[in-house]
Design a binder for this molecule. Structure first.
Ligand code: CMX
Ligand code: CO
Length: 140
């Protein structure tokens, strides 16, 4: 397994992109709106590795009644989730669900940059909202 990304909840995406760029000299490699997840987001590249890259994911909610909107109201800005990279997300969900961890997604959904993702309940993972990510196949 590897760390694919760490998701950070913020009120103002453009402001936090600028902060992370100037503080850590990171580069934005993708910007997307994901209606299903209720976010406007940016991926900032950290490193490349076997099985996929690693990133910081900055997340601005599309509204108050979204996962990130509720998180901001309750806890304020900061680390929202950790995403592990796996080779097969459907299989990982099935295996981890079989170990008694509640799945927030029974089936994979669409994630950043063409990935497939699924979330695990934070209460069953020591308070850490956990995402599983299967990176998109590299384009030939
Ligand atoms: N990290 C850790 N704990 C969290 C959490 C987070 N990000 N969000 C909520 N919790 C905790 C709450 O504090 C609460 O704990 P208490 O009962 O002790 O107060 C508990 O989880 C249940 O909270 P809830 O009232 O059910 O909270 P929500 O309705 O906000 O739902 C969650 C929480 C995790 C089920 C929901 O946010 C979810 O389904 N998330 C998955 C999807 C997602 O986060 N998408 C955005 C990112 C998209 C991407 O990365 O691409
Ligand atoms: Co994420």
């Amino acid at each position: 397994m590897r760390i694919d990304h760490v998701g950070i909840a913020c009120h103002d995406l453009e402001e936090k992109i600028a902060l992370f760029e100037r503080t850590f000299e990171l580069t934005v490699v993708a910007r997307e709106v994901n209606e299903e997840q209720g976010v406007k987001e940016a991926m900032l590249h950290i490193a490349d590795g076997e099985g996929g890259g690693s990133y910081i994911q900055l997340l601005e909610p599309l509204g108050p009644d979204t996962p990130v909107g509720k998180f901001l109201a309750r806890r304020g800005e900061g680390v929202h989730h950790v995403a592990f990279g796996v080779p097969d997300v459907a299989r990982a969900l099935e295996e981890i669900g079989g170990r008694g961890v509640r799945l927030l997604d029974e089936k994979p959904r669409h994630g950043s940059m063409g990935s497939s993702i699924g979330f695990l309940h934070p209460k069953d993972v020591g308070g850490m909202l956990t995402e599983l990510v299967q990176a998109a196949e590299p384009q030939a």
